[in-house]
Design a protein around this ligand. Structure first.
Ligand code: SDX
Length: 429
């Protein structure tokens, strides 16, 4: 529809607004001149019908349950590639050649250490601090260490900061976990792949050698791929909005981590596992399904529903397969929470309420079971989501900086407060 227009009549005025078409997906109406020409704003508090930008990175077809990264289906990337290949694709737009991949792996690997003084940041937190609080603080503090990559107008500095974020997030996440459990930090090793390095930094102790189980490392790597990017979700939009003011990339990623923490977003994996534990057994599922349907009960089935997917989240299918692989590798035959999860899914997918509202399991429904089986406490689940999503945030941040149409984000409002009134002295109130 690019080149056509949409006629809008408001307040007795009719204006023609230009429309644009993308490669695939819904067209957009460019409302940039609406207020100037009609004195009227649009209103869309949850951004359910609002595009904030043009993007080439990720595309979701919610009705078909399709997720593409630079055009490649998530199923194929998760099946055939590794996380750093997905990172290269998200950042540069094309799958790397062997030489490009080896060079990228080398550069990321050789940026995995953090400044030694970073370790002092952790000691300021209580041991029982939620690791996501630690991540917000420590990632935001990175800008205090890496002044040489905070000039956002310099493409080279932007790419250095991007690589530093991708490389250092596993190290910081592992340090947050080790501090939480009172064990010494473990340094990264350059002869390990990304996921194995992370598992070793989390689970190795100085007293004995640790070698990551290759099946579990592959599962961890695939979980990172599944969480890498997802269009303009709440935390990515937060990163873009923070970046639109010119804030440095480390501060923008810290803002994204803070937003992801919410249980309606990335915090849902922790909330979903806690929900499965609370349900406890298959016979208690009907009680919780009834609560989820009760408009007067704030309870929701965590790990179900999605703003965009009105079909099965393709990531959830791959996640479910990975869950079974991990449980089989660990010899966990009858995980009660998996049993509850699969029965809850079966019931929900046949229940009229969930069918009518198109509520399907999302990526967070099965990830918690897998991460728990891998040995992570529930408080670390969203940290792992943030670790993986960092590449998506940083790719979207770079795209926003390079977009000539992007300006500081500054929404307007519908004011419903008091009209102008005069001050009343306290003696007359
Ligand atoms: C992620 O945006 C992304 O891309 C996010 C993400 C990513 O990769 O970045 O995919 C990651 O955040 C996945 C979602 C994780 N969150 C949860 O699992 C929490 C539980 N889900 C809900 O909170 C909810 O489904 C949301 C937040 C995910 C979506 O909220 P919406 O789009 O605002 O939908 P809604 O709240 O308006 O729900 C529509 C209807 C409502 O009923 P009505 O008011 O129309 O009668 O469906 C109901 C809701 O009550 N509903 C649920 C439900 N989710 C929605 N009812 C019971 N259980 C649920 N889980």
């Amino acid at each position: 529809m690019t080149g056509t227009s949409a006629g809008v009549s408001v307040g007795g005025k009719t204006v023609d607004l230009p429309t644009r078409s993308g490669t695939i997906g819904p067209d957009v109406i460019d409302i940039g001149t609406l207020y100037k020409n009609t004195g009227t704003f649009t209103y869309d508090p949850g951004f359910t019908s609002t595009a904030s930008c043009e993007s080439k990175i990720t595309y979701i077809d919610g009705d078909e349950g399709v997720l593409l990264h630079r055009g490649y289906p998530i199923e194929q990337l998760a099946e055939h590639g590794d996380f750093l290949e997905a990172c290269y694709l998200l950042l540069y737009g094309e799958l790397p050649t062997k030489t490009q991949k080896d060079d990228f792996d080398y550069r990321v690997t050789h940026h995995t250490m953090v400044h030694e003084q970073m370790s002092r940041f952790f000691t300021g937190f209580r041991r029982d601090a939620h690791p996501m609080a630690v991540m917000c603080g420590c990632v935001g503090a990175l800008s205090a260490f890496y002044h040489d990559s905070t000039d956002i107008t310099d493409p080279h500095q932007r790419m250095v900061a991007s690589l530093r974020m991708i490389a250092k997030m596993p190290t910081i996440a592992a340090m947050a976990y080790k501090y939480h459990i009172g064990q010494p930090f473990v340094y990264p090793k350059n002869d390990l792949d990304y996921a194995s390095n992370f598992l070793r930094m989390c689970f190795a102790v100085p007293c004995e050698e640790y070698v990551a189980n290759p099946v579990l490392a592959r599962a961890m790597d695939r979980i990172f791929i599944l969480h890498a990017d997802h269009e303009q979700n709440a935390s990515t939009s937060t990163v873009r909005l923070a970046g639109s003011s010119g804030a440095n990339p480390f501060a923008c990623i810290a803002a994204g981590i803070a937003c992801l923490w919410g249980p309606a977003h990335g915090g849902a994996n922790e909330a979903a596992l806690n929900m499965l534990a609370e349900i406890g057994s298959v016979d208690r599922i009907p009680e919780y399904v009834a609560r989820a349907k009760d408009k007067n009960d704030p309870f929701r089935l965590m790990g179900f529903g999605h703003r965009v997917y009105k079909n099965y989240d393709p990531r959830a299918r791959i996640m479910q397969k990975t869950t079974h692989e991990v449980l089989n590798e660990l010899g966990i035959k009858d995980d009660p929470m998996l049993e509850v999860a699969m029965e809850l899914e079966r019931i929900a997918l046949t229940d009229e309420y969930f069918i009518e509202k198109k509520l399907y399991p999302n990526i967070d429904f099965y990830s918690g079971i897998t991460l728990k089986a891998l040995g992570f406490p529930t408080t670390m689940f969203t940290v792992l989501f943030a670790l993986a999503r960092t590449v998506g945030w940083i790719a979207q941040w770079n795209e926003m900086i390079e977009d000539p149409e992007q300006r500081i984000g500054r929404p307007r409002q519908l004011y419903i407060g008091e009209p102008k009134r005069d001050y009343v002295p306290v003696s007359k109130r």
